[in-house]
Design a protein around this ligand. Structure first.
Ligand code: R5P
Length: 304
């Protein structure tokens, strides 16, 4: 097996390769003055199973095209199979037509990934549980929830006062996620917030919630983009008697001023994973990053 990495998250790719007791194969990605890319695999892949690690994180379009070019290069160079490990898959939120006249971005991305010759896909915490049904190629849908459960069990307050905790989904879309985590944590009670997003202006509101609220809240989400969903959830929880909110989110998209929004919010700590590379300038004091390398390595090995 040969593992290659695009430019999106080479550090994670290195960790995955190390966890599989191998190292990354060399390649060259040349960027032309107009922004176009030329890729070249620098090692033979004839009759090899090739794994390409490339989250389509921001800049999404650039990283998506880079992934497609790498898959094409592997196919043209005689690879036996190509598996795309895309820990964060961009364009997932537009998974249906919300308003007349819109495109279904996820379907467009799926079509081009399949058309270029990906034989298998690996993703982590897709926006919808249905994503594997949308792809025609086998899609391994992994989840960081087990990492989160492990980390939650290590929190000192969790060990001394487990009954003071509740799980929180900051919107209705996350119910499945917190139900699964609740079971992993011995049926911890959970709360679901009713978040509304104005599709025209993008503004968010959250005034209501259902479920059992406790003194300490663990907010779970698949991704943090602007940070507004988390900020709003923490404010609503504080208004309703929660004294400490801790956040666990898989994908650190961190657009706009998300690091400042989160650092200055009422949350005590923000755990994310390294599905997306977080640059130094986007790191902040309350942030902690958990690695998904072992999770990916273990499961990719099992698929061969
Ligand atoms: C929404 O459906 C997602 O699960 C996240 O809650 C959302 O994408 C977070 O976005 P933001 O950080 O911009 O509020």
């Amino acid at each position: 097996m040969k593992i290659f990495s695009g430019n999106a998250n080479p550090q994670l790719a290195k960790e995955i390769a190390a966890a599989m007791s191998t190292s990354l194969s060399p390649l060259e990605i040349h960027v032309f003055p107009d922004g176009e890319r030329r890729v070249q695999l620098k090692e033979s892949v004839v009759a090899e199973d090739v794994v390409i690690v490339g989250p389509t994180s921001p800049p999404v379009d650039t990283h998506l095209v880079e992934l497609l070019l790498l898959v094409d290069a592997a196919k043209r160079s005689g690879a036996k199979s190509v598996t795309a490990v895309v820990p964060y898959l961009g364009y997932q939120r537009q998974d249906h037509v919300f308003r007349d006249g819109e495109a279904v971005s996820l379907d467009v991305v799926r079509k081009i990934i399949e058309a270029v010759g990906v034989g298998k896909m690996v993703i982590i915490d897709g926006h919808s549980a249905r994503i594997s049904q949308l792809f025609s190629v086998p899609l391994l849908h992994l989840s960081a929830l087990s990492l989160f459960a492990e980390q939650i069990k290590k929190l000192s307050t969790f060990n001394s006062q487990p009954t003071t905790f509740c799980l929180v989904s900051p919107d209705m879309g996350g119910i499945r996620r917190i139900k699964l985590l609740s079971v992993m944590l011995g049926n911890m009670p959970y709360v679901v917030i009713e978040k509304n997003r104005d599709l025209e202006s993008g503004s968010l509101t959250a005034e209501k919630f259902s479920g059992t609220i406790r003194k300490r809240a663990i907010i779970i989400d698949d991704m943090i983009s602007s940070g507004k969903t988390i900020k709003l959830a923490a404010e609503l929880l504080a208004e309703n008697g929660v004294s400490e909110s801790i956040v666990f989110a898989t994908h650190a998209v961190f657009s706009d001023h998300a690091p400042d929004v989160l650092q200055n919010s009422q949350v005590a700590k923000v755990y994310v994973t390294n599905t997306i590379a977080v640059s130094d300038k986007k790191r902040f004091a309350k942030l902690e990053i958990l690695s998904v390398a072992n999770l990916i390595a273990k499961n990719v090995i099992l698929t061969f």
